[in-house]
Design a binder for this molecule. Structure first.
Ligand code: NOJ
Length: 545
């Protein structure tokens, strides 16, 4: 294949070209009125998801958890937290999703447990050197009486990555102190997680999104690091705690477990790893099926950067026979409708607060819709984050006292954190809490603009963001763009222009209109006013038939 022509995987499994919708359960829909979304809320809105035209949903954690990190601190991997419902609620939701032809992926959090997990409680209650402590990363400290942490690692959420137990030993937590890291050199952990996979596979799930997939194995000597450890840095993450070669043995083991279930189940890695070649190792034929392509997400509104990213991802994944994924927003990053409205639309803030630069809403939305149309035109699988189909912006003025992300507190407020993208979804404009649940309660306050962006204000409204997503996803399916071959026509600093499966895709990143080729039918535009007098307007995208 020439360098101008690229495809994603050639396989026929459902995930190769799937559009997968991320549900952040606490913010999607509240079934019981306590202000926190839950599994009944998901069940009640499956019609909406079916109509959107997606192929699968991915649910962020709903397991038993003290919620130190919104459920990414799991105390029991085999049960549902009462906050989100029951196992029966899960089964009912799963059955209903399946009956509509929707696949369901759940989150797996293997790098750390909650400090409330029975294993960690037992570890704290047991002496140094015990079997119980060997499940975690306990070490003696440095200094005359062990008063210094074992090394200089910092937590991704800010502050030291070590906390001292009452008896003087230290335990490692790459994230919050409530998230102690497991010791993946211990065979008991390996066995336990295979068992957890089987528990959910037996219930019928179609796959797992694997949290911090690049972090499970640490360098044996736990050497000091000199580089930054930030999670959301878009950088290489090649410190002694990330992307160690032995981590791949774990995924080969999981691949075998999934194979026992007939081969149609999948694993998708959350691995902040670069360059693309390192990331592609996670999707070798005997490992995971997909890895999130965060490079594409972090490039920003930048034509040459996106071209480089698209080519790099397709090329390196093709080399290992894997499908490529595309994603623009998730529960850890500022929503793309807001990132692209910043003065520098390639900047990557860790949350936005009232004191920070406020994004331009209309410009951000125009660019976000154009970027989404670009994403849906690429060969591979596309992930969307709840609410982006409504054009929701980040909540950029959340009062500090409402913020719950541990990153906000642990950085002393230096990072506004991730709450702004996690605000409860508006379903009905004229209801309290914009119809999030039956009582109007919402665990985070919603900004006023959510009223005009609520589902009922967009449903059936031509040119709304919701209808735009519905038609883009439908046309993508009709033309088989997810399994097509991308052929570049042109890529400059102001334009991307390529063909996939008979569809010509043009995105305008510049300030001048771009004349469109004659004689082609307009299939989808990113906005109603995208094409004027045969020319594509700035910050817009078009698909031509
Ligand atoms: C990545 C998850 O997406 C994020 O929300 C979480 O805080 C960390 N992993 C730790 O589990």
């Amino acid at each position: 294949m020439s360098p101008e022509t690229r495809t994603s995987s050639t396989g026929s499994s459902w995930w190769n070209d799937a559009v997968i919708y991320q549900i952040y359960p606490r913010s999607f829909a509240d079934g019981n009125g306590d202000g926190v979304g839950d599994l009944v809320g998901v069940y009640e809105h499956l019609d909406y998801l079916e109509k959107l035209g997606i192929d699968a949903i991915w649910l962020s954690p709903f397991y038993v958890s003290p919620q130190a990190d919104a459920g990414y601190d799991v105390a029991d991997y085999r049960d549902v937290d009462p906050l989100f419902g029951t196992l029966e609620d899960f089964d009912r939701m799963l059955d209903s999703a399946h009956s509509r032809g929707l696949k369901v992926i759940v989150d797996l959090v293997p790098n750390h447990t909650s400090s409330e997990h029975e294993w960690f409680r037992a570890a704290l209650a047991s002496p140094p050197g015990s079997h119980e402590r060997a499940r975690y990363m306990f070490r003696d400290g440095k200094g005359a009486s062990g008063e210094l942490a074992p090394n200089n690692w910092e937590s991704v959420f800010g502050g030291p990555a070590w906390t001292r137990a009452a008896d003087g030993q230290w335990y490692l937590h790459l994230f919050d102190p409530g998230q102690p890291d497991l010791n993946w050199r211990n065979a008991e952990i390996v066995d336990e997680f295979k068992d957890i996979l089987r528990f959910w596979l037996d219930r019928g799930v179609d796959g797992f999104r694997v949290d911090v997939a690049h972090g499970l194995i640490k360098h044996d000597e736990l050497p000091d690091t000199t580089g930054t450890m930030a999670l959301i840095e878009g950088g290489g993450n090649r410190g002694p705690m990330w992307d160690q070669d032995d981590v791949h043995d774990i995924y080969r083991g999981w691949n075998s477990v999934l194979t026992e279930y007939g081969g149609d189940r999948m694993l998708v890695a959350e691995a902040w790893v670069s360059p693309a070649e390192r990331l592609s190792r996670y999707v070798r034929p005997d490992e995971m099926q997909q890895a999130f392509n965060f490079d594409f997400m972090t490039v920003g509104w930048d034509a040459p950067g996106l071209r480089r990213s698209i080519d790099g991802a397709l090329e390196t994944n093709a080399a290992v026979g894997a499908t490529t994924t595309w994603v623009l927003s998730n529960h850890d990053v500022v929503r793309h409708a807001s990132r692209f409205g910043l003065e520098d639309p390639t900047s990557w803030p860790k949350g936005i607060g009232a004191e920070d630069e406020q994004p331009l809403v209309a410009l951000g939305l125009n660019r976000a819709r154009a970027a989404s149309l670009l994403m849906f035109a690429l060969p591979g699988s596309a992930y969307i984050f709840e609410g982006e189909e409504l054009g929701l912006p980040e909540h950029t003025t959340l009062p500090d006292e409402t913020r719950q992300d541990p990153a906000f507190a642990r950085t002393g407020g230096d990072e506004a954190g991730r709450d702004g993208c996690r605000v409860p979804i508006p379903w009905q404009s004229d209801k309290p809490g914009f119809g999030f649940g039956p009582t109007g309660k919402t665990w985070l306050p919603q900004p006023e603009i959510f009223g005009e962006l609520a589902v009922d204000r967009q449903d059936g409204v031509l040119d709304s963001t919701l209808e735009f997503y519905r038609s883009a996803i439908a046309v993508r399916g009709e033309h088989g763009l997810g399994s097509g071959i991308l052929k570049w026509h042109a890529a400059t600093h102001v334009m991307l222009d390529f063909e996939n499966s008979g569809v010509r895709v043009i995105v305008n990143f510049g300030v001048q209109p771009i004349p469109l080729p004659d004689g082609r039918e307009v299939l989808v535009t990113s906005d109603a006013d995208a094409v004027v007098d045969g020319a594509l307007q700035p910050n817009r995208a078009v698909w031509l038939g």
